[in-house]
Design a protein around this ligand. Sequence first.
Ligand code: PEP
Length: 249
Amino acid sequence: MGPRKPWVGGNWKCNGTKASIEALCETLNKAEFNPEQIDVVIAPVSLHIHMVKEKLKAGFKVCTQNVSKTGMGAYTGEIAVDHIKDFGLEWTLIGHSERRQYYGETDEVVADKVDICQKAGLCTAVCIGEMLDERKAGKTTDVVKKQIEAFIPKVTDWSKIMIAYEPVWAIGTGVVATPEQAQETHAAIRKILKEKVSAEVAESTRIAYGGSVSDSNCNTLIGLEDVDGFLVGGASLKPAFLDIIKSAL
Ligand code: PEP
């Protein structure tokens, strides 16, 4: 873990019922952490946000899993930055590989969303990562570079950007990146930020790893120099998430 404030996110995806979420919040409330020293960010289904915000103890931050590239208005089915801010939420997640794969979220759309979040002063976790065939073809750095370069011009306040490196082949598969693969790509992302933005931004921007993080691999991964935390899917719905938070303290 580097000198940056750790960031641990739970992406609950399209999961949970009122009853299961209530039980999960009770479990998560056993976590002990100081929000001054770590960001613990929970992203439930939007309909559950109000309830999760009420149930989770102070210190947890509640986040949306997506944001509209448009503002409030005649945009049926969307959630605008204005709604997120009106609810008092600090964070949103964008560019998750499931959004890119199933809902046409291209690099250009991600850039538009970064733009609207930056203008609203909303903290944004931007997800990037390569597909398995891209890794096998040795194209990982090229892929993440293209994904990052697409949104760089939109960023005016880097303190509100967190990059989640999530190799697509590791998401929900149980196949976690090796420590060497994770460190190599996190370092490559930092180098891209240094070359394309500045040394200061490269040094201060947090990069979280995501992809089959569990209570059994988090301690090794958090020991890596350029890994500043985790974005967790499956394990964030389980008590294992408590150990994952603990690993980053
Ligand atoms: C994710 O959805 O961002 C994720 C990393 O999922 P999982 O931890 O289940 O691989």
